[in-house]
Design a protein around this ligand. Sequence first.
Ligand code: ZN
Length: 672
Amino acid sequence: MRSYSFSGTSKKEDIANTAEAADFTFLVEQFADLKIMRFQVPGFEELTVRQKVLVYYLSQAALCGRDITFDQNGKYNLVIRRTLENIYLTYNGNKENSRWQDFVVYLKRVWFSNGIYHHYASDKFLPGISLEYFNELIRGSDQEGFPFREGQRVDQLIEEISPVMFDPEIMPKKVSLDAGNDLVLASAVNFYEGVNEAEAEAFYKGLEQTDPLHPLSFGLNSKLVKEKGVVFEKIWKMGGGYSPAIEKIVFWLEKAITVAENPEQEAALIKLSEYYTSGDLKTWDQYNVLWVKDLNSDIDVVNGFIESYEDPLGRKGSWEAMVNFKDKDGTMRAEIISSHAQWFEDNSPVDGRFKKKKVKGVSAKVITAAQLAGDCYPSTPIGINLPNADWIRKEHGSKSVTIENITYAYEQASLGNGMLEEFVLTIGEQELAREFGPLAGNVHTDLHECLGHGSGQLLPGTSSEALRNYQSTLEEARADLFALYYIMDPKMIELNILPSSLAAMAEYNSFMRNGLLTQLTRVNPGKNIEESHMRNRQLIARWCFERGEADRVVEFVKQEGKTYVKINDYLKLRGLFGELLAEIQRIKSEGDFESGKSLVEIYGVQVDKDLHEEVLTRFKKLNVAPYGGFLNPVFSLIVENAAITGVKIEYPMDYTAQMLQYSTDYSFLPNW
Ligand code: ZN
């Protein structure tokens, strides 16, 4: 599970000293609705050579999976990317015009989204050039360089991919969560082939858990296919689906094993490599148990088929990787929180039957990301809590991380962009946001990840998949509500995590403003909200707004035609957060699909059209890209007299160059 930055405000003063930060360019470029940034890797130089080499090997393993993400996000993505890249590199016509610029922007968007669907909104973005011009570009490019099927000609290739790119009606959405549709057929994501929702559900219902207390994550690492009337899984593993990329991943993991920091980490990495080799889900669980227990290493990695946000049925794991190491100062704060996990669990407003009697070691740390890949690149979360399997979390605990060099980069890149001034009514509230917003944001992420996701328990017999397409949204809401409820608790000041309740007020302001108002900047005119985290935030904000309307707990204030959010009673709002937390925990614990569905559909999905239009108009004037992603630093081995003596880190500035480099060096999957 993950959290994403919603305000772009989060900061920790000591993450990089200010002089260093002042010389560093965080914001590299903007196009469409995207900004490309860079992040620093403070503390890398302080690692030992062996640790640096480990970071290098794990980073290589991470980059080798890039094509998997493209293919998972839609079955034409790789071919479209390669077609566009061939044009970009070999087109010999005129490039001094806006049509060419539009083409380049399209290619940059495809790179950013790992395919032709918006990385966040999930709908297909159109090329922004005409089909005629596209044909002209094709004709003016190297005819041998296109990604053909065997025996295919250029015109046949174009005929095959043009409708997918240009026709808004064909495969319009990566993931459809619209109730009433056949979710599988309505989603372009490449997890199912030839099966519909009912067949997929029937297939997984028919699989028997041999050990019901330790259920395997059926479907996590496979594509479900129907051929000649038979439904079966194509497992992603060595010798199976995605084998050419997985072989490379395993190659680098095996190198990493040779420089592991300690036996626990070594055992975990060996198990991960075994899992990629066999594709066995039991091995995957064993790996996760080892990974959770590996607490003393500085370096850590996430690498695998993990989050199921992109599967409308919530089973299939998107491939992702992130290499990181411990931020020791930041980790102290997270450790204080997690060492009191049982207190938070015992005192939460949820029904006693749904609470964990004994919270298993939630290990919380703050990390520094060193390399992002797959579904975490270039758009990346700011917090991660894994593993996802409920039984492992319950019996062995989970690891929860806040990625502060990323939140810091967001903050630096958004300095002075005008958002606060435009959307916050009073100078006092703006100042509160500036002074406490960053710290409060980080603490929210800590609470969300260290405690929120790990809290509560299912009643015996409740399936963890019972909430189906509403699972992700409700799970994120649960974690956010846990954080919101507790950030206002006197315990925060008592534990010295926050300096005063002003910080919690800043967080409430920011959360409600975002959920009711500013996150609408990320929704296209006329559309509803699709993405789980966004649905969750609006669900919470709207529900509390309506519930507290009679008491005017939160209200909209109009001034000079502009709408602002104003909180009148912070303590009552906290009470509402607690009430909703109790209800959503009940829904999860009992697997109450219908109640979960109506909460999300009523509060999380629909957009207030007038307000949306107003917000978009105000936002447009600021010329701020609503989404961001990051370039990776580049690591290279320093070799002297045939021995590795160090690892160099560089921070490239050129987005296009990095993407082309990756397509050259880390592209292992076939075209079709
Ligand atoms: Zn989360």
